[in-house]
Design a protein around this ligand. Structure first.
Ligand code: SAH
Length: 340
């Protein structure tokens, strides 16, 4: 088993089970995440028989970096997993820090019509260590610290709930990578039962909702999940979430030319979100050759923005990263498969 998949509590249980003091978990965590060793032998304050036990039961295997593409303020990675599946991670340099967009699954079953990732159906969930390693390896490769993590790569995080929560606990641990909860964002297409579960964990992690439409008819055309959990149910659970956690929610809204970017959509969206403690993040669509949607015209994005603003909705337009390196979700993997 890969050691990067253990929370500190898991590791404490491991040590307790073999009759060792549980503070050893802290020591091992510091070796792994503060000093970043690549072998158990380097953990010099851990005694030999414990090292042997760890060696017999765990490994420190890394992912393979298959391809790396650099653009302005963006570096995109294609990783190969032990079973040869491929996933992506994208590092984005912002003025506030370095943000890594990580994948949570191989493929995705959500079937959003605009999304490249979903062209490959879910093959499997990523384990917690496979998500943690995306961070460790990008940091090691670029010799920098990642300050923010967004779960907006390939996959639906709430369709891999347990491993994603484990991942959050691992990277949030003060003895480990120590990424603050408020610097971690989980983005979901809206799996309501999991949003409820997540709300009850009270983790202080940011939640982003891929909304992308202002009414049910439109949203169901764009996102299959809306046929299961519709927009009204979604908005009502988000209100509950905000009441319970006191946290602001982000709504992501991809701007698709002549699909969801009309003035009437902006008005409808303003009405839908009225009085909710939220941000709307307008995302210029990253075009891909396999899907016919086009990016909204700049003036239409501005008009949409202005209408939301006028209606007192907090709104931002996402900085465009990486269209020159195919950084739209799932593009690097799918292009790689085609080049072969
Ligand atoms: N499954 C999760 C997280 C992965 S997608 C979710 O749905 O939120 C992360 C975000 O990127 C989502 O808002 C998704 O709708 C958006 N996205 C997908 N394809 C895109 C594209 N080509 N251009 C811009 N954003 C895209």
């Amino acid at each position: 088993m890969n050691i990067y998949g253990l929370t500190k509590t898991d590791l404490e249980h491991v040590f307790e089970a073999i009759g060792e003091k549980k503070f050893k978990a802290t020591q091992v965590y510091e070796w792994l995440y503060k000093k970043r060793v690549s072998s158990f032998d380097e953990m010099t304050n851990i005694k030999k028989d414990v090292i042997d036990y760890l060696k017999q039961n765990y490994n420190l295997n890394k992912l393979k970096i298959l391809k790396k593409q650099e653009g302005i303020d963006v570096v995109k990675y294609l990783f190969e997993l032990e079973d040869n599946n491929k996933i992506e991670a994208v590092l984005m340099k912002h003025d506030y820090g370095n943000s890594l967009c990580v994948s949570s699954q191989v493929g995705c079953n959500m079937g959003c019509s605009f999304c490249e990732s979903g062209r490959l159906k879910k093959v499997r969930n990523l384990s917690a260590d496979e998500i943690v390693l995306q961070i460790l390896q990008v940091e090691e490769d670029l010799k920098l610290r990642i300050t923010h993590v967004v779960m907006m790569g390939i996959g639906e995080p709430f369709d891999n709930y347990d491993n994603v929560i484990k991942f959050v606990k691992i990277i949030n641990d003060p003895k480990g990578i120590e990424l603050g909860s408020r610097h971690i964002t989980i983005s979901t297409c809206g799996i309501i039962p999991k949003i409820k579960e997540f709300m009850n964990l009270n983790l202080q992690v940011n939640l982003a909702i891929s909304l992308h439409a202002s009414n049910n008819e439109l949203r169901s055309k764009l996102m299959n999940i809306n046929k299961v959990y519709d927009i009204n149910e979604l908005i009502s659970v988000i209100k509950e979430y905000i009441n319970k956690t006191n946290r602001r929610v982000t709504f992501e809204y991809i701007m698709l030319d002549n699909v969801n970017d009309k003035e009437s959509n902006a008005l409808e969206l303003s009405k839908l979100l009225k009085g909710i403690n939220c941000y709307v993040n307008l995302i210029p669509y990253n075009e891909t050759s396999h899907i016919e949607y086009k990016k909204s015209k700049k003036e239409n994005i501005m008009k949409f923005y202005d209408i939301l603003k006028k209606n007192n909705i907090n709104v931002t337009i996402r900085k465009e990263f990486g269209s020159n390196v195919s950084a739209a979700c799932g593009q690097l993997r799918s292009n790689y498969e085609e080049e072969k």
